[in-house]
Write a protein of this length. Structure first.
Length: 477
């Protein structure tokens, strides 16, 4: 009994001291996490902000007509006769494919930004405004590399409500944001969250990856919608989600407004996004490479090759240099470097900080427009050959930048497009392949390839470059 009493008394004294310690700390904790102190604070709401922004967020409807056979058996002559088709493979019927997304009006004349994947291959685009008007829209620019497109409303009366662009580089993790769009086609929807992360670069949604990550709910249909800050400014265009179910799990991604600004400016000038040419190849730094460079962690963009007479060579960059800053901003990987240079634009000079031989040095890189030398000479191969249905161009710095070609060839013939159902598609050619050699003939220009393709052959020996690797194959025989 005495033992139990002693334990109880000791436990009570310990609780008393603990309570005194907690009570002493209560004022400090209250200051850190205060409850609403007035009715006005309790009634705080995003509603005024939403009322101002939402009229500038629109729904985008894209449609295209595709040919579809009436029956999967139409390749059989008997079924073609039964269904009344002709000998060419049956009577096709037309089917309309539709996609739904969102968009943001960023100019009072009716200029709308959305995602490329919302309007890709569309024959017709319509935009539904918040006031129930539905207007046709022209596509004035679309860029698959950045997954952005710019539309212009037609047939309506402006000026239209707009959302201004913020400096997305001023964002910080933890900032409050709102996402506005049309998820699943249910109608305009607003969700709130924070900036979960910045500079996400392993998403795979575009070539210029530097995404804003947010936990504001983003779902299918939100693509092309607005991500705005607490001042009602556009900080990003919602473009992708990470999900195993198809719905939001709190991991969404937006294209930064600084990249949107470059695309819009391009759309309103010559209708083509012109990105600066660096004239160098870069790679990520691995842990092993970091050890070899004598740095404490993997970061930066490692120069692996420099093209002669290009901007990088003129700036003094050499293979083995590690680019760690651009205009004072940290560079974690090649994606970050490409993003920084893309948002700077052509005709300016960027100050690079480079780690060379264990010491930092500063270099001035003039951002130039990529030259189109030789001329691209876009050509569709029509002669009966493995290349029938492929559209090819001559490699040049301009083509390398425009297509995102990542190989190391400076001359050659690049396959730009492959027609659906064509011989080239059936052979397995892909956009981005470079034709190196055909039947022993080196392919330096599109004219050489056309000439070789015109020659009949029982056996075609092909060498192409794909993703930096040479692939050799034989067809026929």
């Amino acid at each position: 009994m005495r033992l139990r009493l002693g334990l109880s008394l000791g436990f009570s004294l310990a609780l008393s001291f603990l309570w005194l310690a907690v009570a002493a700390d209560l004022p400090a904790r209250a200051a850190e996490r205060a409850v609403p102190q007035s009715e006005a604070e309790i009634g705080l709401s995003f509603a005024p902000l939403v009322k101002r922004i939402s009229p500038a967020v629109v729904n985008v409807y894209a449609s295209r007509v595709v040919q579809q056979r009436m029956s999967p058996f139409m390749d059989d002559p008997f079924f073609r006769r039964f269904f009344g088709g002709d000998d060419s493979g049956g009577t096709p019927r037309k089917r309309v494919q539709q996609s739904l997304g969102s968009g943001v009006i960023i100019d009072p004349s009716g200029v709308v930004v959305t995602n490329y994947h919302v309007i890709a291959n569309a024959d017709e685009v319509k935009v539904a405004l918040s006031d129930k008007r539905e207007l046709a829209a022209d596509i004035i620019l679309k860029d698959e590399r950045m997954d952005l497109a710019v539309l212009r409303l037609k047939g309506g009366k402006g000026p239209y409500p707009v959302v201004g662009l913020a400096d997305s580089d001023a964002l910080e993790v933890g900032d409050l944001v709102l996402a506005i769009g049309d998820p699943f086609g249910v109608g305009q929807t607003v969700t709130s969250g924070i900036v979960s992360a910045l500079a996400r670069s392993q998403i795979g949604a575009s070539d210029y990856q530097f995404f804003i990550q947010t936990d504001a709910a983003i779902n299918p249909g939100n693509s092309g919608g607005a991500l705005v800050d607490m001042k009602g400014r556009l900080v990003g265009i919602n473009t992708a989600i990470y999900s195993r179910s198809g719905g939001s799990i709190g991991i969404g991604f937006a294209i930064p407004s600084n990249l949107v600004r470059i695309v819009v400016q391009s759309a309103l000038t010559d209708g083509k996004v012109r990105l600066p040419w660096i004239g160098a190849d870069f790679q990520d730094v691995t842990s092993d490479i970091a050890d070899g460079l004598g740095i404490d962690r993997p970061y930066g963009a490692l120069v692996t090759a420099v093209r002669e007479d290009g901007p990088a060579a003129k700036a003094g960059l050499v293979a083995g240099d590690l680019v760690v800053k651009a205009d004072g901003l940290d560079i974690d990987d090649p994606n970050a470097l490409h993003y920084r240079l893309a948002t700077r634009g052509i005709g300016v000079t960027t100050e690079l900080t480079v780690l060379r031989g264990g010491k930092e040095t500063n270099l001035s890189l003039a951002l130039e427009a990529p030259p189109e030398v030789p001329l691209r000479d876009e050509t569709e191969i029509r002669a009966q050959s493995p290349f029938t249905g492929a559209t090819v161009v001559n490699l040049s710095p301009a083509v390398i930048v425009d297509t995102g070609y990542k190989g190391r060839r400076e001359r050659g013939v690049l396959i730009e497009k492959v027609a659906d159902g064509s011989i080239a598609a059936n052979v397995g050619f892909r956009p981005g392949d470079v034709v190196v050699e055909v039947n022993g003939t080196p392919i330096d220009t599109t004219r050489v390839l056309v000439s070789v393709a015109d020659q009949q052959a029982d056996l075609w020996r092909l060498t192409i470059e794909r993703d930096g690797r040479l692939i050799r194959s034989s067809i026929g025989g």
